[in-house]
Design a protein around this ligand. Structure first.
Ligand SMILES: NC(=O)C1=CN([C@@H]2O[C@H](COP(=O)(O)OP(=O)(O)OC[C@H]3O[C@@H](n4cnc5c(N)ncnc54)[C@H](O)[C@@H]3O)[C@@H](O)[C@H]2O)C=CC1
Ligand SMILES: O=C(O)[C@H]1O[C@H](OP(=O)(O)OP(=O)(O)OC[C@H]2O[C@@H](n3ccc(=O)[nH]c3=O)[C@H](O)[C@@H]2O)[C@H](O)[C@@H](O)[C@@H]1O
Length: 470
């Protein structure tokens, strides 16, 4: 039998991955009808909003959705109808770290993947290719296959593929347009290889064939965890070196540049920071730690665990530097935090270093002024309430103010802390900011974003990550 030519795609999960990924498939494959379904009605309503007020901010996304929505791209809460109609189903649901039970704090919570899989098994009346898009521990596809096969109806077969996503937020659309690689894992049976060819044919509409890698299922699942772990490891390595720079007078940017000039290493992902955030690095490394422990490989587990521990240390070290520099106390002082998102060009705040910093400042009883160009106010309150369980939201609101601009947020502050590398913070009129701050006025640059010498000339005392203070 020749590989199936897919004409109807369903994506279960309309989040940061499912939304952009399948919108781009719709754009690049006008012959395929793509439905993105989610149980979260508010999210689907936002995807369908007339003014294109989409639920996630991602440069270029609105343009893609404008071109395809209503043509061959549809957003719906009707998961059942979507399953019935589709030939190929992406499972792109969330896989957060487990909060309780066995493996709590480390293992991935596969409940959402399992529920989606069970629903496919229950509803499907025709054969489907089921694609694991979510990031999952090694051998999850095996569990999905067991569930699907145990519940399938006569003449209804399921082929499972692993197709992890490598996009980064903030650059999702360009990453999807020009991926370094598309990875597809399948069973090495005739049926498995045919299913793999069907999915590869979709990507081949815009991705060069040599960039579509096909491997075994388990290699594909593990490659995703490995890629995130190794990316995060680079950041923790450079952040560990940033502590040595601050103590010795070396400059982390110069060190990273010199190291990255080695063609075996390359220049990317060597930017020291206040610590990596985002929904995946920490979760996926902890997942790898859990996997290693389950496989009785404690040395491997502790090796990877250290990448996350170094990240926690970096955040703690930065908060402490703020307190130490402000004469060992920030109680009652106004601290401005610029940026709340976990990186620039996204409104996503999951695991953002800014949250940890603000939590630390609040526990020192400082007053905190926050400004972020994209994060919704309600999200900031939600995150702070979650990060400070011993405080009521009313008490948090007595200590924190959210502002509409960086200048407004900095008025009367003793220190400005740059937590996210938004380009607009580079372009602020820093002389104007200085005028309205208490003196001495401090800037703590957690992102190596601003020109420390220029700020120092204005009069600021500047503390940059990976450099001695000036
Ligand atoms: N955020 C990112 O940049 C990347 C995330 N990933 C992985 O992709 C997966 C999804 O991540 P995000 O899109 O960020 O998560 P998300 O939380 O933004 O979206 C997941 C969506 O799935 C929906 N959902 C859950 N169960 C459902 C069900 N049974 N039926 C219908 N909808 C359901 C939720 O309501 C939610 O809207 C995770 O495994 C993550 O590790 C992979 C690469 C990049
Ligand atoms: O699985 C995922 O979720 C995704 O995780 C990351 O993407 P993302 O978290 O969206 O963004 P990154 O650009 O990787 O940044 C992650 C964090 O590291 C920080 N970072 C990044 C690079 C750097 O040099 N230094 C640094 O501190 C960023 O500011 C951010 O807080 C990976 O880059 C993607 O390939 C992967 O698909």
């Amino acid at each position: 039998m020749a590989p199936l030519k897919v004409t109807k795609v369903l994506c279960i999960g309309a989040g940061y991955v499912g939304g952009p990924t399948c919108a781009v498939i719709a754009l690049k494959c006008p012959h395929i009808t793509v439905t993105i379904a989610d149980i979260n009605k508010a999210r689907i309503d936002a995807w369908n909003s007339l003014d294109f007020n989409l639920p996630i901010y991602e440069p270029g996304l609105e343009d893609v959705v404008r071109q395809c929505r209503g043509r061959n791209l549809f957003f719906s809460t009707d998961v059942v109808k979507g399953i019935k109609e589709a030939d190929l189903i992406f499972v792109s649901v969330n896989t957060p770290t487990k909060k309780s039970g066995v493996g709590a704090g480390f293992a991935a919570d596969l409940n959402y993947v399992e529920l989606a899989t069970r629903q496919i098994a229950e509803v499907a009346t025709t054969s489907k290719i089921v694609v694991e898009k979510s990031t999952v521990p090694c051998r999850t596809a095996e569990s999905m296959r067991t569930i699907l096969e145990a519940n399938s109806k006569p003449n209804c077969r399921f082929d499972i593929l692993s197709n992890p996503e490598f996009l980064a937020e903030g650059t999702a659309i360009s990453d999807l347009f020009n991926p370094d690689r598309v990875l597809i894992g399948s069973l090495q049976t005739t049926e498995g290889k045919d299913a793999c060819a069907s999915l590869a044919a979709i990507y081949a509409n815009w991705v060069p064939k040599e960039n579509i890698l096909t491997v075994g299922l388990w290699s594909s699942e593990l490659s995703k965890l490995a890629a995130n772990a190794m990316l995060a490891q680079r950041i923790s390595s450079v952040n560990a070196l940033s502590a040595i720079c601050e103590a010795t007078g070396a400059n982390i940017d110069e060190v990273a540049h010199a190291v990255g000039y080695d063609s075996r290493m390359g220049p990317k992902f060597l930017k020291a920071s206040v610590g990596f955030g985002g929904s995946c690095f920490q979760k996926d490394i902890l997942n790898l730690v859990y996997l290693s422990e389950s496989l009785h490989l404690p040395e491997v587990a502790s090796y990877w665990r250290q990448v996350v521990e170094m990240n926690e240390y970096q955040k703690r070290r930065f908060s402490k530097r703020v307190v130490d520099t402000l004469f060992n106390t920030i109680t009652g002082k106004q601290i401005t935090v610029l940026g709340f998102a976990f990186k620039a060009d996204t409104g996503d705040t999951r695991e953002s270093a800014a949250i940890t910093l603000i939590r630390d400042f609040l526990s020192e009883r400082a007053f905190v002024n926050v400004y972020d160009p994209k994060v919704e106010e309600s999200q900031i309150w939600y995150d702070l309430a979650e990060a400070c369980p011993t405080m009521t939201l009313d008490n948090i609101k007595k200590q924190v103010k959210i502002h509409k601009s960086a200048l407004e947020a900095s008025k009367n502050a003793e220190a400005v802390v740059i937590a996210t590398e938004w380009k607009e913070f580079k372009e602020i009129d820093w002389a104007e900011v200085y005028k309205h701050m208490k003196k001495p006025a401090f800037v703590f640059d957690g992102r190596l974003l601003v020109d420390a010498d220029a700020l120092s000339k204005i009069g600021f005392k500047v503390a940059t990550i990976g450099r001695p203070s000036i």
